[in-house]
Design a protein around this ligand. Structure first.
Ligand code: SF4
Ligand code: SF4
Length: 193
């Protein structure tokens, strides 16, 4: 795999996802609460290794591979190390790697999905749902495959680039560490032969 070319293609999908999901949030009014970072403070955020390659490659280009290896090896933190909390309980804060964050982080707030009865349904983060109950109900009635960014559509787009993007997800810090290892190996053999 040519990691640079792969990361460029993946970053293009990430940028398109960002536009699609943020336009939907703006258009419906179902946007994240100001300053909120509660989902990033959750140890259950997962990513595949290759979803983290764009971030790992940037860290390599910036000469920060060693820094991140040390951080990841010495931490006891089980939620994402890239999270920058702004409140003591960690519920307020921001992503430190917004441009390269993996797909789950882009789709978590509001997205469409098929439930077990194969009906299109709107998945809305609990905090957004509680803050905007009427808007949530209204938009639940309007959900369609054409108008709503669908989990399945974006998973398919990612899988077309590489099926491994949506397989073997693991805790995000572990995925990041493995992505750094891949980039370190790539740099050793491909870029410095
Ligand atoms: S990558 Fe960014 S958005 Fe995703 S969990 Fe970490 S801090 Fe949050
Ligand atoms: S998705 Fe929900 S928990 Fe996450 S930042 Fe948005 S409002 Fe907060």
């Amino acid at each position: 795999m040519n990691i640079r070319e792969f990361c460029e293609n993946l970053q293009n999908i990430y940028d398109e996802m960002w536009r699609t999901f943020s336009e939907y949030q703006k258009g419906t009014g179902l946007h994240c609460l100001e300053g909120c970072g509660k989902c990033c403070n959750n140890p259950e955020v997962e990513a595949s290794v290759i979803e983290m390659l764009p971030l790992a490659l940037r860290m390599y280009d910036e000469g920060k591979l060693e820094f991140w290896f040390e951080q990841l090896e010495s931490t006891t933190q089980d939620h994402c190390l890239m999270y920058q909390p702004h409140s003591p309980d960690g519920s307020l804060g921001q992503c430190g790697v917004y441009k390269e964050r993996p797909s789950l982080c882009r789709m978590f707030g509001v997205s469409g999905f098929y439930n077990k009865h194969r009906e299109i349904t709107l998945s809305v983060c609990k905090l957004i749902r509680e803050k905007y109950p009427e808007l949530t109900q209204e938009n639940e009635k309007l959900v369609t495959e054409e108008k709503t960014p669908m989990l399945v559509t974006w998973s398919y787009r990612l899988a077309q680039l590489d099926p491994a993007l949506i397989q073997d997800r693991m805790p995000i810090n572990e995925a990041f560490k493995k992505a750094l290892e891949k980039v370190a190996l790539y740099a050793q053999y491909q870029e410095n032969p």
